[in-house]
Design a protein around this ligand. Structure first.
Ligand code: PMV
Length: 317
């Protein structure tokens, strides 16, 4: 009744923002992401009859803040009448700061909890369960380039291209290390209810998904860069036009975009994407990673740099 699973975060190139069913946590739009290799979360779940309540140790310290959502994810995977669980997690990057820690955490916990209960599930089933805990977590069950499609009461997640078929790197410019001011679930609901751009965002997503799918199939960097930056800025426009406005950016976020624009005009194959946080993720050709890292490190307000290639989906250790 004890299993460990490892998962890496994924970074959406075509973003998910908004839910069409808050009960089942179903996204309003499809999305396309890349799974990273070098940032990881490992989760050990041990079910124990004598335990009075679930316990969480994160990087060897007791953590009651993240426990409720992880307990809920274990209920989703193992049923509400399960024995209590001792959860221990290790994560090698900052949590809840827009670095997709929820994706890797929930993907790993669902895989570990299912196995610890002795339940055999397909990757597609595990992806759906992880997605009920956090929409983006469904994508971390798969490696490389991943598409999540909306389909009735479920999501269908699939690998578009394995990680080694098109080696790209991601350089993350960390501009703030604290937790984000508004969680994505609450922020998405504010956008759905109040942004005048929300319906247009949902309506146009199929076109962006098709462009990105084609660019990935053709390994066309310029085409992928163009649609990914456009889609990211559209998502943030929906956030900014919400009431109250949802602005995750800071000065350094914008400075990083300028650095990336300059790199692009110098002929470097790089593009940016930004999630529900102030960090900037620069996706680049592996030949350009050092150049991109050096430029972002020298950008005002950048506190740290993380680098990663593309990696595999969640799995038992
Ligand atoms: O899975 P959640 O609830 O953390 O939402 C993630 C939303 C974005 O990261 C902003 C976009 C995405 O598709 O990952």
């Amino acid at each position: 009744m004890r299993e460990t699973a490892t998962a890496q975060p994924n970074i959406a190139l075509i973003k998910y923002w908004g839910k069409r069913d808050t009960e089942l946590n179903l996204p309003a739009v499809g999305s396309i992401s890349i799974t990273l290799s070098d940032l990881f979360t490992s989760m050990t779940v041990e079910f124990e009859d004598n335990l009075e309540q679930d316990e969480l140790h994160l990087n060897n310290e007791q953590n009651d803040k993240l426990l409720p959502r992880l307990s809920h994810a274990i209920d989703i995977a193992a049923g509400g009448d399960r024995p209590r669980a001792r959860i221990s997690s290790e994560c090698n990057f900052p949590i809840a700061a827009g670095l997709a820690s929820s994706a890797s955490s929930f993907a790993a916990v669902v895989v570990a909890a299912s196995a610890a209960m002795g339940i055999e599930r397909s990757v597609g089933e595990l992806a759906n369960l992880a997605g009920r805990a956090s929409g983006s977590a469904a994508r971390s069950l798969y490696g490389g380039f991943v598409e999540l499609e909306n389909s009735g009461d479920a999501v269908v997640v699939s690998e578009l291209l394995p990680a080694d078929a098109w080696p790209l790197d991601v350089v993350v410019a960390v501009t703030e290390t604290g937790p984000k001011p508004v969680g994505s679930t609450e922020a998405m609901e504010i956008s759905r209810r109040t942004s005048p751009f929300y319906e247009r965002w949902v309506g146009d997503q199929a076109d962006d998904l098709a462009s990105a799918r084609n660019a990935i199939a053709a390994r066309d960097f310029a085409a992928l860069a163009s649609v990914a930056e456009h889609n990211c800025l559209k998502m943030h426009s929906v956030m900014w036009s919400s009431r109250p406005p949802i602005v995750y950016w800071n000065d350094a976020t914008l400075a990083c975009l300028q650095t990336i624009r300059q790199l692009q005009s110098d002929g470097v194959d790089v593009f940016f994407t930004i999630d529900a946080g102030p960090q900037v993720k620069a996706v680049c050709d592996t030949a350009d990673t050092d150049t991109v890292e050096t430029a972002l490190r020298a950008t005002d307000g950048v506190r740290d740099i993380l680098r990663s290639g593309l990696g595999e989906g969640a799995r038992l250790r």
